[in-house]
Design a protein around this ligand. Sequence first.
Ligand SMILES: Cc1cc2nc3c(=O)[nH]c(=O)nc-3n(C[C@H](O)[C@H](O)[C@H](O)COP(=O)(O)OP(=O)(O)OC[C@H]3O[C@@H](n4cnc5c(N)ncnc54)[C@H](O)[C@@H]3O)c2cc1C
Length: 491
Amino acid sequence: MALRTPEQFRNSLKDGRVVYYKGQRVEDVTTHPVLKIGVDSSAVDYELAENPETRELAVVKSETGEPYSRFFLPPRSPEDLLRRRLLCETGSRVCFGFPPFAKEGGSDAVNAIAIVAAHCDEAVGSQYAQRLEAFRRRLQHEDSSISITMTDVKGDRALKPSQQADPDLYVRKVRDAKGGIIVRGAKAHITTAAYTNEFCVLPTRAMSEADRDYAVAFAIPANAPGIKIICRSGPWEEGTVDYPVANRASMVEGLVIFEDVFIPEERVFLNGEWQFAGPMAAMFSNYHRVTAAAYKYPFAELLVGTAQLIAEANGVERVAHVRDKVAWLVMYAESILALSEQSCYKASKDPLTGLYYPDPVIGNASKFFFADNYHQAVKAVQDIAGGIIVTIPSEHDWNNPETQPLLEKYLAGSQKVSTEDRFKIIHLVKDLVASELGGFWEVTSLHAEGSLAAERLATYAHADMKRYREAARRAAGLVVTGQKISVPAGH
Ligand SMILES: Cc1cc2nc3c(=O)[nH]c(=O)nc-3n(C[C@H](O)[C@H](O)[C@H](O)COP(=O)(O)OP(=O)(O)OC[C@H]3O[C@@H](n4cnc5c(N)ncnc54)[C@H](O)[C@@H]3O)c2cc1C
């Protein structure tokens, strides 16, 4: 077994993959001026494994003492989930609130498949669980990066996969082939698509029998023949003062197109067992919503700090309504932390595999709480900062000797903060909440890791309604069906 260095990770991406950015074919994603920002952010997952300060968190040992990434550890206790959660948080803090995402999402998918594949095997006699565990050992050994590749392009949202006018609007098996299957379709919004080693492909929703061919899960290298990746464009312009976060860390999403791609049998983890498509998608969400809350916590932390810095730079840090807003932002950030940790403490154990997954109700609440309040958090920061965050001149003006003294004089704020520092802080606020990146984050908070509606649905499905009803029945003086006062498990 081996842990790769960040450089080995970068070199592994020079593999002939087919990537497009703004209409151009990209020959080498590691040297491309924009995609490189994403590559370098993903490399942080590898840096954490090398850094003596984080190695103990990022690396675990096999039974024979060989080191491998914690992301590929099957979670066998709440403690395993908590350590993994902390690792996600740590990587995101290094990248200014962006998850490095080399392994975060993909390993959530691996854990979800491990559980649902075992249940599928038990029900229909398939052998997916052992294939998955062989694949997991491969990930441990090769230290690959792996992306979660779940969201189909979906066409008409009111129609099921098999009802779409074009049959390829959800990824599907086109036919069986010798030693594997052939798949076609496209997955949208895939984070790290252009610079991942592996795609871990899952169904995005529950399926009916008519959708049997769409009930497929598999893993495939990003350079496999027939895969094309078209990247999103982004806010990237020159300047690390003008764009201090966007130009230093990022994740880049891509549309991943499968044009009759051959998937070897040993990499297929679901193939027509439509009853297990929904459970697989749901189990992935159980893991991923908590992973999301873990990596969003440092971003919330950054918003608090940014609000406080700009308040100090403008001399309004003692104003009552400003303090109220900063205090609310602190509550916002720390509640995300508390919910995501609590979902790990109260983890459930799958009886068949012995694997643990975060409490679905609290886990969904952690992501929902972040997303539902995100725009409120942005509003607080914008309110404190003032209109200057959209009218600030650029760092090019600061660097021009003709205009620099004028900016120095007229952009002065609090006497306790230099004008140059205030200039940088204003640009930080702009980058986070009043730029193309700011808009990206607003949409991302709502939709990435599942929409608000998806989180509400999952919460309702997993809620211990019996306990809630019992409480209300007692209070109303109705006949109580269960224990008079029940103590919920885990308390
Ligand atoms: C920055 C970013 C990164 C992402 N990264 C990944 C990734 O790495 N891997 C991955 O697999 N996905 C990824 N996603 C996708 C993310 O999970 C989806 O955006 C999310 O699930 C919503 O799907 P959608 O964007 O297709 O929106 P839609 O499905 O079109 O939803 C839009 C609205 O319509 C509602 N709606 C849609 N269909 C129905 C229906 N049938 N009934 C009722 N209401 C409906 C939704 O609830 C929502 O309110 C990412 C998204 C973003 C923005």
